[in-house]
Each structure stands twice: as C-alpha cells, then as structure tokens.
Design a protein around this ligand. Structure first.
Ligand SMILES: CC(C)(COP(=O)(O)OP(=O)(O)OC[C@H]1O[C@@H](n2cnc3c(N)ncnc32)[C@H](O)[C@@H]1OP(=O)(O)O)[C@@H](O)C(=O)NCCC(=O)NCCS
Length: 159
C-alpha cells in the first residue's frame, strides 16, 4: 500500500470519534451508492444494533473505506456493506477490509458468511470470488424492481 499511515480500525459503540467517523462514512455512502442501495439515512441506527460491526480504514486521518457486517445468529454472518473511496481503489484496501471482517466472523465461531451483490458490480464480484465466495442464487428484484442480486456465501470448516 502506497504512502501515508494506514490504519484498519473497528468502530466501537463508545468511541469518542463516533460522530466524526459515521459522518465521513455517510458522506462516502451517499457518493458511492445509488439511493435505494444506500444506508446513508439509517447508518447510525444500523450500527447501534447489537449484532452489527463496522471496520474502517483510515489514511492520514481520513476514512477511505469501510465494511459493515451483522450476525443475525451465532452461526451465520452477513456482509451488509463494503466500499472504498474511488481514488483509493486498486490498492488492496477492499480486500484487506473484507478479509478482516471475515476473520472477525470466524473468530466468533461463525460457519457461513453471506452477502448480496449486484451482478453488474464487476470489481466486487471479482473480489468476492477471489476470496472464495460462491454464488448461491439470483434474487430477482432485490435492490429494486429492475435490479437483481446474487446471494453469495463462504463456508468455514466446522472444526
Ligand atoms: C469493490 C471495492 C470495494 C473493491 O475495493 P478495492 O480497494 O479497489 O479492491 P482491491 O484493490 O482490494 O482489489 C482486490 C481484488 O478485487 C478485484 N477487483 C478490484 N477492482 C477491480 C476492477 N476494477 N476490475 C476487476 N477486478 C477488480 C480483483 O480481484 C482484486 O484482486 P487483484 O488485485 O489480485 O486483481 C471497490 O471497487 C468499491 O468500493 N466499489 C464500489 C462499491 C461496491 O461495489 N461495493 C460492493 C457492493 S456489494
């Protein structure tokens, strides 16, 4: 990774910088995702849910990427968001965030991580496949009436 101090952090509920970090993420979220796919309006509430977690990447104090996940049960987790700021892409940050979130889930004893992705998101599709995610099924109209999603998953050994 080129230049600057790169930090991968977990956002804790009681973090003193909570408002600043969430503001920066909401700004990125609005820029990167279309309205119907964006969590911008509900980010704060999503994050406060007991079973959700967020890892973010800071370069020289600026948030440049984030991954959000939730664990609806003790056995499965869902990656609900992954994004990297446009001018910081293709430097390994997305992969580092995704791997770190998968490790978090593994360390909780989770057996399956799943996610939904618009098949036209080529970069994300490549990344998920690179890390071993498989396509489960196509979910028609997942994002909107004319936008479908692949449900993808990765399973861990049960030992
Ligand atoms: C998907 C995303 C998070 C990837 O972040 P990134 O930091 O650029 O990704 P990385 O540099 O870590 O790349 C890791 C792998 O992803 C894949 N990838 C990333 N960008 C790609 C591109 N433009 N074309 C093809 N594959 C790509 C490759 O497999 C790459 O591995 P490689 O470098 O060995 O080829 C980023 O493109 C993004 O924020 N996109 C918009 C939001 C989005 O689509 N989020 C997912 C919604 S479910």
């Amino acid at each position: 990774m080129a230049g600057g101090s790169v930090l991968l952090n977990e956002l804790h509920r009681k973090a003193t910088r909570w408002d600043k970090i969430v503001d920066e993420i909401v700004r990125l979220e609005k820029k990167i995702f279309p309205k119907h796919e964006s969590l911008a309006r509900s980010f704060d509430d999503e994050l406060k849910k007991k079973n959700s977690g967020l890892l973010y990447l800071e370069i020289n104090g600026d948030v440049v990427g984030y991954v959000m996940y939730s664990c609806p049960s003790s056995l499965c987790a869902i990656i609900t968001k992954l994004a990297v700021k446009e001018n910081h892409r293709r430097q390994g940050h997305g992969e580092a965030l995704l791997k770190a979130s998968i490790e978090k889930c593994r360390s909780k004893g989770i057996h399956r991580v799943s996610l939904h992705v618009d098949p036209s998101r080529t970069s994300a599709m490549h990344l998920y496949k690179k890390l071993g995610f498989q396509i489960d099924t196509l979910v028609k109209g997942y994002y909107s009436s004319d936008r479908d999603a692949y449900r993808m998953f990765i399973d861990f050994d049960k030992d």
